[in-house]
Structures are given as structure tokens and as C-alpha cells.
Design a protein around this ligand. Structure first.
Ligand code: GRF
Length: 222
């Protein structure tokens, strides 16, 4: 799944969203600041017409489409429609960024090792919904976020990058979620940058980063 560096054409990224889109914003900002120089967002797809993420895309002149689950007879047909739109826009990397549905094989098979997801916990702990709440209620002292390649099992694919944050005694679920989100906004652009540079290889369950392991690849010092 390596992309060779030095290609002139920018990697086309498709971002799937359902809500606020702060991770989408972090990716847009990293591209606009030139931190990711060889990728562009070709399309933003939302299953939710009310998603604020759509406004963010519009503001930055990025094409956006709503593809509602209700408009399709089943999950497979919905995923085929999403994949068709992504292909139509030349997408080579799909980023799930607060997309609140499980992506099925109908989409995943069309983008092998090229669908990323961000999860607000240190996987494999606390997969699934409300990860920050799960971690908070479990009483962990460290939590964080994970960017990983998506596979048919939920929140289980090969891990690209993780960042850790401390859980303080005065925390609420919200303060912990906010602290994790700060790290999400650093990790997702970095993972996309590495992918665009052709530096990521999947070897079994391991994602290997060519050329070293920068700070975010390891647990951060709380
Ligand atoms: C993030 O915490 C992400 O990890 C989770 O959903 C949240 C989405 O936030 N999957 P946003 O829409 O990117 O602001």
C-alpha cells in the first residue's frame, strides 16, 4: 500500500463526517498551513444533512455531499453509494472523522488499507461508542486517541498513531474528552501526511512508519 514519494499529483482524500467536524477542520487547517503539502480534500461526505462539518467544507470551498442512509434500502447499498462518490472524486484515502456509522465491506474492499478512522481512546481499550465516557467511568489514569486503518471489525484495524493524555482527579467526562480532542487534532493530520508521503506500510497488525518514529508515535509524557 505504499505510495512512492515525489509524485506531482496530490493525494485525493475523502472525509466522511456526521457531526461537528473539528477533526475535518484540523485536516483542512494542516493542508492550508502547508503542513500536509501533497494531499487535498477532494470530497466531504455526510450521512447527516445537519452536520456542521458541511458548513466547514463550504467555507473552505471543498465539495461536499449528503448521502443519507434512509435513501438506500440497506447498509450495503448505502456503502456502495458512498464508495461510488469517493471513486468519482478520485479519492485514494478515505478518512472517517466523526462518522457515526460502521463502514461495511462494500466500501472497505474498494479502498484496501486506505480507510483511516480516529477513535477517542487508546485502542484496544474502550472500542465502540462513548469511548471517553467508558474510559472515565472505568477510572483509567491515562487515556488518549488512536488513528488506525479500518477493517471489517469495529475499531480493531492496524494502529497508525496514538497519543496519550492524563486523567486528572477533578476531571469530568467533558474535560477529558476536550483534552483528548486536542491530541486528535494533531494525530489525524500527521497520519494523513505520512500516508501521502508513502511512508506507511501495513505488516500484519503492524503499521510501519518509514524514516523513524516522531514524538506522536509514542505515548506522550503526562
Ligand atoms: C471525535 O472524538 C472522534 O474521535 C470521534 O467522534 C468525535 C468527532 O468529533 N470518532 P468531530 O466531529 O471531528 O468534532
Amino acid at each position: 500500500m505504499k505510495r512512492k514519494g515525489g509524485q506531482k499529483e496530490k493525494l485525493k482524500v475523502g472525509v466522511l463526517v456526521s457531526g461537528n467536524g473539528s477533526n475535518l477542520q484540523a485536516i483542512i487547517d494542516a493542508i492550508e498551513r502547508g503542513e500536509i503539502s501533497n494531499a487535498e480534500i477532494a470530497i466531504v461526505l455526510s450521512d447527516n444533512p445537519e452536520a456542521f462539518a458541511l458548513e466547514r467544507a463550504k467555507k473552505h470551498g471543498i465539495p461536499a455531499e449528503v448521502i443519507k442512509r434512509e435513501d438506500y434500502p440497506d447498509k450495503a447499498a448505502h456503502n456502495l453509494a458512498l464508495a461510488a462518490s469517493l471513486k468519482k472524486h478520485g479519492v485514494k484515502l478515505v478518512c472517517l472523522a466523526g462518522y457515526m456509522r460502521i463502514v461495511s465491506a462494500e466500501l472497505l474492499n474498494q479502498f484496501p488499507n486506505s480507510v483511516m478512522n480516529i477513535h477517542p481512546a487508546l485502542l484496544p481499550s474502550f472500542p465502540g461508542l462513548h469511548a471517553q465516557k467508558q474510559a472515565f467511568e472505568h477510572g483509567v489514569k491515562i487515556s488518549g486517541c488512536t488513528v488506525h486503518f479500518a477493517d471489517p471489525q469495529v475499531d480493531a484495524g492496524p494502529i497508525i498513531i496514538q497519543a496519550a493524555v492524563p486523567v486528572h482527579s477533578g476531571d469530568t467526562e467533558k474535560t477529558l474528552a476536550d483534552r483528548i480532542l486536542v491530541e486528535e487534532h494533531k494525530c489525524y493530520p500527521l497520519a494523513i501526511k505520512w500516508f501521502a508521503e508513502g511512508r506507511l506500510s501495513v505488516v500484519g497488525r503492524n503499521v510501519v512508519l518509514e524514516g523513524g518514529e516522531p514524538e506522536h508515535f509514542a505515548v506522550r509524557n503526562p
